[in-house]
Structures are given as structure tokens and as C-alpha cells.
Design a protein around this ligand. Structure first.
Ligand SMILES: NC(=O)C1=CN([C@@H]2O[C@H](COP(=O)(O)OP(=O)(O)OC[C@H]3O[C@@H](n4cnc5c(N)ncnc54)[C@H](O)[C@@H]3O)[C@@H](O)[C@H]2O)C=CC1
Ligand SMILES: O=C(O)[C@@H]1CCC=N1
Length: 267
């Protein structure tokens, strides 16, 4: 299978790296294009067999599956230069562009796969929404390569915002909260930033491993650590008192931005 990647920023380069280094895709089968050519050449330095194309048109001509990895407001620019035909599969990786809308303006088969930075370590989820025209052949192929780097999960269009908030924005949200925990450990506990950071990162790796091995669920973890009459309970109590609408407001903010993007994105 020949793959094309348009846009080699954070996500485009992450996908190329993960697919090739996991063995899901052969570098000889990959053609890439980026507006700033240097970014694409930097990836080619790591994977010599990759082809760097001179245009969007060249990528589409060379590929059966074409990933669009640019920001949603740049889609129009890409699609106006060239559109895949009915035998090809277009893969969009952004949530505010609906699969139906892409199907309406192209003749190709369409899939949306929202990845996550966690896929770089062959973990976490990739969210799949299939268009009506997509063949079982492409479904199987995409499911197969994404299984090398993630757990593919099918998600309905209506749930895409909250699902992507958890799966794709989640690593940034949790990192933000942990950075706050580290700052507070410095302020209240007098711990150095380096030491608090080291402890936090190791704790997160341990927590992830417990979940990965299905040793405990999240509620079980809370119960096991919260010794009756102990300090964790006091800490949880303080969190309960102060958490307020934190996450409600976060989801409301992302849903607002999602709506705004949908209103302003032109295809
Ligand atoms: N960053 C993340 O964790 C995730 C991002 N996404 C989606 O991935 C998409 C890309 O996001 P990032 O990689 O973070 O952005 P980015 O800004 O790092 O990468 C976009 C790339 O597209 C290139 N580009 C822009 N216009 C172009 C054009 N006309 N032709 C060729 N190349 C062009 C830019 O030079 C840049 O390298 C977005 O739609 C985003 O919603 C999805 C899941 C997670
Ligand atoms: O389209 C999305 O939902 C993803 C999440 C992070 C950036 N873009």
C-alpha cells in the first residue's frame, strides 16, 4: 500500500515516525509533502527511503491512502490543489471537519482518524469515523496499521469533540495539571522543581503501567490509596472543595471552539 502524508508538523511527523519505526509501514511506500520543504527533508534524513514530493498533486498521484495532516483552516488550500479519485482513500486527522462534509466535496473514500501524541509510543487510542463510501479493504488496512501504534476505537460524529478532548487533548490537559502539582510541591513543600518533576514523571509511568496491566481501575486506585484517616483523604477533600466546575468549563470551552471552527472552516 502506498501512503501519502500532506503536512509534516507535529502530527504528520509523529505518524510517519510511529508507522515506520513500528514496522506498520515501509518507508519505501511513503511520499510526503510540506509547505516548508525543510520540515519534510528533516524527516527524510531519518528515513532515507521516504520520497519528498514537490506538490500536493504529486503526493496524491503517488498514493492510494492520502493523510491530510494540516490545520483545519488549511484544508481548503490542500483540496483546491488536487483531490483523490474514487479508488483512493482520504484520511483526515482533525475533529472539526466532518466526514460527511469531505464526502460531499470529493469523489474519494473518506475516513477520519484522530490520533494522539501517545501513539508515538505505540499506545493510547486513535479515533475512527468511516464515511459511507469507504471499502472494507481500506477499513482493514487502516485498522491494521493503526493497531501497530494505538488502540483504534470507532466513534460517532456526535461524540467526536469529547472523545478527542480525552484522547488527543488529554495529554496536554493532564500535563498542565501535573505542572501545577509540581509548582505547588515547590511552594508548600519546599521541594526543588527538578526533584518534584522526576517524582511526578515516575509516578505517572507507574500509574500508566498499573492501568495497562489492568491491575486496578481508577476508582479502585483511589480506594486503595485513600487509607482511612490518612493524608490522602485530606488531600482528596481539599481537591473536592476546590475542583468546582473545572472540567465542565474545560469541555464547554473546547465545544465552543469546535462550533466556532465548524462555522468558519471552508472546504
Ligand atoms: N497536535 C496534536 O496532538 C493533534 C493534532 N491533530 C490534528 O492534526 C492537524 C495538524 O496539527 P499539528 O501537526 O499539531 O499542526 P502543525 O502546525 O505542527 O503542522 C501542520 C503542518 O502543515 C503544514 N502545512 C500547512 N499548510 C500546508 C499546505 N497548504 N501544504 C502543505 N503543508 C502545509 C505546516 O507547514 C505544518 O508543518 C490539525 O488538524 C490537528 O487538529 C489531531 C490529533 C492530535
Ligand atoms: O482535532 C482535534 O480534536 C485534535 C486534538 C488536538 C488537536 N487537534
Amino acid at each position: 500500500m502506498r501512503y501519502g502524508i500532506i503536512g509534516t508538523g507535529n502530527m504528520g511527523s509523529m505518524l510517519i515516525n510511529a508507522f515506520i519505526s513500528s514496522g506498520a509501514v515501509d518507508a519505501n511506500d511513503v511520499t510526503i509533502y510540506n509547505r516548508t520543504r525543510k520540515k519534510a527533508e528533516w524527516i527524510q534524513n531519518q528515513f532515507k527511503e521516504i520520497t519528498v514530493a514537490n506538490s500536493v498533486k504529486d503526493v496524491v498521484r503517488e498514493s492510494e491512502v492520502v493523510f491530510i495532516c494540516v490545520k483545519p483552516h488549511d484544508y481548503k488550500d490542500i483540496l483546491s490543489q488536487c483531490s483523490p479519485n474514487a479508488s483512493q482513500c482520504l484520511v483526515s486527522i482533525t475533529s472539526p471537519v466532518a466526514v460527511k462534509d469531505l464526502e460531499n466535496i470529493t469523489s474519494c473514500q473518506v475516513v477520519r482518524t484522530v490520533p494522539s501524541i501517545t501513539n508515538r509510543s505505540y499506545s493510547g487510542v486513535s479515533l475512527f469515523t468511516y464515511g459511507d463510501r469507504v471499502s472494507d479493504f481500506y477499513k482493514d488496512e487502516l485498522h491494521s496499521i493503526f493497531s501497530h501504534i494505538s488502540k483504534p476505537v470507532v466513534i460517532e460524529e456526535e461524540s467526536i469533540r469529547s472523545a478527542s478532548d480525552i484522547v488527543s487533548c488529554g495529554p496536554a490537559f493532564i500535563s498542565f495539571l501535573l505542572e501545577n502539582m509540581i509548582s505547588a510541591a515547590q511552594e508548600v513543600g519546599g521541594m526543588s522543581k527538578e526533584k518534584a518533576t522526576q517524582l511526578t514523571e515516575e509516578m505517572m509511568i507507574g500509574l500508566g503501567t498499573l492501568l495497562e496491566k489492568r491491575i486496578y481501575t481508577l476508582p479502585e486506585l483511589m480506594e486503595k490509596v485513600t487509607v482511612k484517616g490518612g493524608v490522602t483523604g485530606e488531600g482528596i477533600g481539599a481537591l473536592e472543595d476546590h475542583i468546582g466546575d473545572l472540567f465542565l468549563e474545560m469541555f464547554k470551552a473546547t465545544h465552543r471552539k469546535h462550533k466556532e471552527d465548524k462555522r468558519t472552516i471552508q472546504l
